[in-house]
Design a protein around this ligand. Structure first.
Ligand code: CA
Length: 229
């Protein structure tokens, strides 16, 4: 059974979501503040987390950051308020997988949940045959979402793994920013290409000997990037 955690302080929203998701045969747990929510994520094994941004004790961003810092890859969908564009970009950079903007329809949310769960499955199954791969300074295991540098674990978000895997799968070929947006974010209301660039900068910090003079993830001006092997 697919287990979903809802972290939302507004009682009506929390209960409404719980009812709807249970109706769709998901197993649902909930928390009404960031601290309790984070503890539940760490203690249990959820398939997906719905995470409100404005929360008592710890904000959704702080929860997201803490979860990724622990190396947990559980998919996170942020529930953001209308007009907070900055939240979306920041949330995705902190390792959230998707977001919906309040007010949203339950249909829209269910579609996002299914898409995120499906992406996770595809990601895992498409990786099962490949083990540790050396990319620059990194040793990456795409099966277990682990990365090491000189045998020291390296912190990487789910998105960073996905982007790196996509580049690696298309290595020695140019991948456009739009390809990455389509493939990794995969919905109409995409974040900007700037978001892609920011992720590439983060990956270079981990992969390249000299991140300012990249030898592995090259910039193809006006188009995108190329990972050279
Ligand atoms: Ca709230």
């Amino acid at each position: 059974m697919i287990k979903i955690l809802i972290i939302e302080d507004e009682p009506n929203m929390r209960l409404g979501l719980k009812d709807n998701l249970e109706f769709e045969s998901y197993e649902v747990e909930s928390a009404d503040d960031g601290e309790t929510g984070l503890q539940k994520i760490l203690d249990d094994n959820f398939n997906l987390v719905l995470l409100d941004v404005m929360l008592p004790k710890l904000s959704g961003f702080e929860v997201c950051k803490a979860v990724r810092k622990k190396g947990l890859t559980v998919p996170i969908i942020l529930l953001t308020a209308k007009g907070e564009e900055i939240d979306k970009v920041l949330g995705l950079e902190l390792g959230a997988d998707d977001y919906v903007t309040k007010p949203f329809s339950i249909r829209e949310l269910l579609a996002r949940i299914k898409a995120v769960l499906r992406r996770g499955e595809n990601f895992v199954s498409s990786l099962s045959s490949e083990n540790k791969i050396k990319i620059g300074l990194l040793q990456v295991n795409f099966d277990s979402y682990n990365a090491f540098s000189d045998d020291e674990p390296v912190q990487m978000s789910h998105k960073e793994f996905e982007i790196l895997y996509y580049l690696w799968k298309h290595r020695n070929r140019t991948v456009s920013r739009d390809d990455l947006l389509q493939e990794i974010w995969g919905y109409e209301e995409s974040p900007t290409t700037r978001t892609v660039d920011n992720f590439i900068l983060k990956l270079r910090q981990k992969i390249e000997k000299e991140p300012n003079h990249p030898q592995i993830i090259l910039t193809v001006h006006g188009i995108g990037y190329k990972l050279v092997d």
